[in-house]
Design a protein around this ligand. Structure first.
Ligand code: NAP
Length: 495
């Protein structure tokens, strides 16, 4: 394999993913892993292996930290305007290459092309937004209450950052970390998910072309993330861990980071309630439910996981959702017109199947879908369940698939209690025409983000993140996202 071929352009031959699927990206160089092993990449729509990437070892990870350390002082000293222009160029190149990137995402993740295009647009926005933020980093200045000195607060880059991302948004979860880290003046090592490594490497080629110097962004893939991450966190030069993934792995990483008191930002799992009051605009609620449930075929941390519908609108909403879900076109992500692609793995399908069978055994009724599709690929059909009881496992676990479980509620206090009956607190949706009620319910729901009469809340300009066991810290937002990659330095100054 010719590693110098690893660039991505719009005329890239998409049948030859191997042209850019090899090579750890360390210090601006592509290299094999030190043990020579590879991880195979599977297309979930076909179950075919279509690429391979190196399987990094802890020694490779330390080499990436070395590269990030060598690049750190130069990048930190690069004027914010220059950093901003490079980030802006990353945005422009991603937009120019969006169709190629979307196809790549669709091939390795399985998601429908329309979702993949949406992801590329969203992912690119983090570069545009942080290009604008890079030149707006300010400090603070105050007078000590004693009057004896001034209090000056300087914001500085936190240092070398380890970034770990999941497979469900291979581009956006990476750029949501890389763009603010670079804007702040940090250098990074990204470890993408093993199922979807190609997008991360393709984006690395874009950063390079945009002018990101060698060593500022390093990318490595591994099938053994525990020891590889531990080696990086044990290195005293690493000062930050920013993780997006499951709560279970987040807990392990918090414990690992605690050994070395490494600063952590955690974007973890969700169990979003989607609440529809009797007075809601039915069509708007159905449109919103389709987005909140079916973006990425339900494989989203913000996905509506529990739909609570008030008695007066329950039948109309359930039937309306059944019609819309049953009409979705299921198929390979890259096929035109497909609206619901496959799940990421066979294991993911098995989990959804288990959760649906459990709900049905406890009394839920299947309105559409409800069993695994008999075809090649990791497919589960769009499914609507009604009368889902509170003790169903899916009311407490992330479904992460195209299953909409509907439960009935009578009054506001009851639904707030049920919505909060979870260890998670990432996202929630409320539909009502009564703004006062919407605001009141929103204030009582334990969630980092609430969408009121909307099915979508993700926005680089807004602080994304959860409470309870859904996470620590925020990504995006006016200064919030970048602040996660900065450290305060206080100066007491006598004047
Ligand atoms: P995951 O299993 O937690 O994996 C996430 C990342 O962590 C992957 O890169 C994975 O590598 C790595 N990892 C796994 N075990 C590790 C270990 N012991 N040490 C270091 N790294 C380790 O999550 P996932 O299945 O990829 O993603 C789905 C989850 O992410 C869901 O819970 C979803 O809600 C959550 N999520 C949250 C947000 C948010 O913003 N809050 C956004 C998207 C997704 P491998 O791939 O090699 O296992």
């Amino acid at each position: 394999m010719n590693m110098s071929q690893m660039t991505l352009s719009d005329d890239q031959d998409m049948s030859d993913f191997r042209a850019f699927s090899h090579g750890l990206y360390i210090d601006g160089q592509r290299r094999p892993s030190s043990n020579g092993r590879v991880i195979e990449v599977v297309n979930p729509s076909t179950e075919a292996v279509f690429a391979a990437v190196p399987d990094a070892t802890p020694a490779d990870a330390v080499a990436a930290v070395d590269a990030a350390a060598r690049a750190a002082s130069g990048w930190r000293a690069t004027p914010p305007r220059k950093r901003s222009e490079i980030l802006r160029r990353c945005f422009e190149l991603m937009v120019e290459r969006s169709e190629t990137l979307a196809t790549l995402i669709s091939m390795e993740n399985g998601k429908a092309l329309r979702d993949a295009r949406g992801e590329v647009a969203y992912a690119a926005e983090f570069f545009r937004w942080n290009a604008e933020e890079a030149v707006r980093i300010t400090g603070e200045f105050g007078i000590a209450p004693s009057g004896t000195n001034r209090i000056v607060v300087d914001y500085q880059p936190i240092g070398i950052c380890v970034l770990i991302t999941p497979w469900n948004f291979p581009a956006a979860m990476a750029t949501r970390k890389i763009a603010p880290a670079l804007a702040a003046g940090c250098t990074v090592i990204l470890k993408p998910a093993s199922e979807t490594p190609l997008t991360a490497y393709a984006l690395a080629a874009i950063y390079e072309e945009a002018g990101v110097p060698p060593g500022v962004v390093n990318v490595l893939t591994t099938s053994d993330p525990g020891p590889v991450t531990a080696a990086m966190l044990a290195d005293p030069r690493v000062r930050k861990l920013s993780f997006t993934g499951s709560t279970a792995v987040g807990r392990l990483l918090l414990a690992e980071a605690a050994k070395h008191v490494v600063s952590c930002s955690m974007e973890l799992g969700g169990n979003a309630p989607f609440i529809v009051f009797d007075d809601a605009d039915l069509d708007a609620a159905l449109d919103g439910a389709m987005v909140a449930k079916m973006r990425n075929a339900g494989e989203a941390c913000t996905a509506a996981n529990r739909l609570y519908v008030q008695s007066g609108i329950y039948e109309a909403f359930s039937q309306g959702l059944r019609e819309r879900m049953a009409a979705l076109k299921v198929g390979a992500g890259t096929e035109a017109e497909v609206e619901c692609g496959p799940m990421i793995t066979r294991k993911a399908v098995d989990k959804i199947d288990r959760l649906v069978k459990d709900a049905v055994a406890r009394g839920a009724r299947v309105l559409c879908g409800g069993s695994v599709l008999d075809r090649k690929g990791y497919f589960y059909p769009p499914t609507v369940l009604c009368e889902v009881p509170a003790d169903a496992e899916m009311a407490h676990e992330e479904i992460f698939g195209p299953v909409a479980p509907i439960s009935r509620f009578e009054d506001e206090g009851d639904v707030i209690e049920r919505a909060n009956d979870t260890e998670y607190g990432l996202a929630a949706y409320i539909y009502t025409r009564d703004l006062a009620r919407g605001m009141r319910v929103a204030s009582k729901i334990e969630s980092g983000m609430i969408a009121l009469n909307r099915g979508l809340m993700s926005d680089p300009a807004a602080p994304f993140g959860g409470v309870k066991q859904s996470g620590l810290g925020r990504e995006g937002g006016q200064h919030h996202g970048i602040a996660e990659f900065m450290e305060m330095k206080y100066l007491a100054v006598t004047m």
